[in-house]
Design a binder for this molecule. Structure first.
Ligand SMILES: CC(C)(COP(=O)(O)OP(=O)(O)OC[C@H]1O[C@@H](n2cnc3c(N)ncnc32)[C@H](O)[C@@H]1OP(=O)(O)O)[C@@H](O)C(=O)NCCC(=O)NCCS
Length: 143
């Protein structure tokens, strides 16, 4: 498995993967606009030419935020999510000492991944995803 920054030819693959994984889907055009700003990166995990996972991060002067992370269902449970997360944390460490994210209360597999990677629950937003509560997590780098 290799990890790299997303290439322009991979926007449509990410859009399909988002759809497959049931998370917010951005069109290739929206991904292009997002990436044209200097406050983010999208990293992809690949097996050969197949994109099997990705993570999307953005930051402000105060903190970084993991906007989304997903692994193709047939490649889950093999550590791809953890490798993506650790890559993001390493990469973001020169930008911010804090990384925030939020996930649905029912998304136990994502919560386990975040906790394994050092995130701690720091709040919740009731009914943030329709009827469902969002759990907020923060990762604070050790100084
Ligand atoms: C959350 C998500 C990214 C995790 O991806 P993943 O690649 O399956 O994550 P990992 O493989 O690192 O960890 C998953 C499990 O596999 C286990 N695992 C990791 N490496 C392993 C290996 N080599 N062999 C066997 N099991 C392994 C982990 O221990 C973990 O088990 P646990 O959760 O029961 O404790 C994935 O489930 C996903 O894409 N979900 C849909 C999108 C989503 O909800 N994203 C988060 C929204 S905020």
């Amino acid at each position: 498995m290799q990890m790299s920054d997303i290439a322009a030819g991979e926007y449509a693959k990410i859009a399909r993967l988002q759809e497959t994984c049931g998370i917010q889907t951005w069109t290739p055009a929206e991904l292009k606009i997002f990436l044209s700003q200097n406050d983010n990166f999208i990293v992809v995990a690949k097996k050969g030419k197949s994109v099997i996972g990705f993570a999307q991060t953005q930051w402000t002067p105060d903190a970084a935020e993991l906007l989304s992370i997903a692994v193709d269902p047939s490649n889950r449970g093999q550590g791809v999510g953890q490798k993506l997360m650790r890559y993001v944390l390493e990469r973001v460490s020169s930008i911010s000492t804090e990384v925030f994210l939020q996930t649905a209360e029912s998304n136990r597999s994502a919560q386990k991944l975040f906790e394994r990677c050092g995130f701690q629950k720091c709040g919740q937003r009731p009914r943030y995803y329709g009827a469902e509560t969002a759990y907020e997590y923060v990762f604070r780098a050790k100084r």
